[in-house]
Structure formats: C-alpha cells, structure tokens
Design a protein around this ligand. Sequence first.
Ligand code: PRP
Length: 217
Amino acid sequence: MRYLTFALAKGRLAQKAMAMLEEIGITCEEMKDEKTRKLIFVNEELKLKFFLSKASDVPTYVEYGAADIGIVGKDTILEEGRNLFEVLDLGFGKCRMCVCGPESARKYLEHNELIRVASKYPNIAKDYFYNKKLQTVEIIKLNGSVELAPIVGLSEVIVDIVETGTTLKENGLQILEEVCPLSARMVVNQVSLKMEQERIQAIISGLKELKKQKEGK
Ligand code: PRP
C-alpha cells in the first residue's frame, strides 16, 4: 500500500485538524512531540505521512500531488487559486473576510471611488472589487498587521480576516462590507481522489459523520 500524505497549515489549524482526525482513528504519535524539529511524520501502521507547511504553500503541495490531502483555510484556497478539489468544510476556524476601515471611509465604497486597498490577500481583494463590485481600486499587498494601513494613511480600507473583531475595535476600525465566510477546509489532489478513492472517501465520510455528531450536540 502506498502512503497517503497530508499537508497541514502549521499553527492552530493543524492542531485542531489533528485532534479531529484522531477522533476518526487517524493518529500520529510522532507529531505530538512539541520539541521536535522534524518536518515530516509517519504512521507506519496506517501508511500515512503528515507534514506541516506555511498555510499559503499547502495548496501548492496538493496541486502538484506532493500531498494527497491538505487542510487549510478557505482564505488561502481562494487567494492561491490552485487546481484542487475542495471536498469538505471542517467547521472550525470560522471567521469572515471583510472590507474594513474607519467609518469615514464608508462613503468611498458607496460612491465607487478610486481608493487604495491594503491586504495580505490581493487576489481576493481584486476579485471582490473588480468582479463583484465593479469598483476600480488600487490594491497594495502587505504581509501582516494590515490594520495599520488605514491608521497611518497607506490606504483608505483593508481586506482582512475578522474573527472576534477585537483587533478592529482596538484600532478604531469597523467592518464596512463582508466579502465571504471562511473556515478550515479539506482539499484533495485531483489525481489522488481517483487513484486512492476508497481510502480518501473513507476519511471524508468519517469526518462528515463526526461533524454531524458535533453539530447535533
Ligand atoms: C488575523 C487578521 C486580523 C486578526 C483578526 O491576523 O489578519 O489581524 O487576525 O482577529 P480578531 O478579529 O479576532 O481580532 P493574524 O493573527 O493572522 O496576524 P497578521 O495579520 O499580523 O499576520
């Protein structure tokens, strides 16, 4: 039997994903050692491999088949635009992609003005303004702490993830428009889904069942 390989977005998402997989019998003891510097973990018995990567690289590994299965946020899936199958909403890591800014910026959105939009997600921002709202804007790519941009005058608004809303609140910013809901998703390589249909389907079904049970509670 060949190994099935999982790529997980490192951080909180990976921990939650492993906890969920463990509940359907997919475990990896090696991975629980917090001190390890290993990059790839194996469950010999089940013929599974797991590795952690930067979230934005997960869709790349899956598209090329270096991982059969990926677990990553919908934000990253949308931003990277890779060829893969999104097979399941795992139901955790729920948050929203929003256009945010000071209340005073609302009028620029209402009047379709040529404003500057800062974001870690330039493709999502572009798609929203150009294809959905038909508003011409200038997109400025940032790599983090995007809330700074409207405060220091780099941009009028930002497109960013809002989870609790605390970051916005503490910086005097508001949600001005909602782009889309987000959560953790399972993605699968298009060839793997055909070649390893049975094993992958069993995992999908197991996770679906588990999700149903949890939601029922
Ligand atoms: C994310 C996001 C917001 C914040 C939202 O940032 O970009 O800044 O979390 O969470 P809240 O609504 O619960 O306050 P992240 O922690 O990924 O850091 P970064 O933007 O600096 O990369």
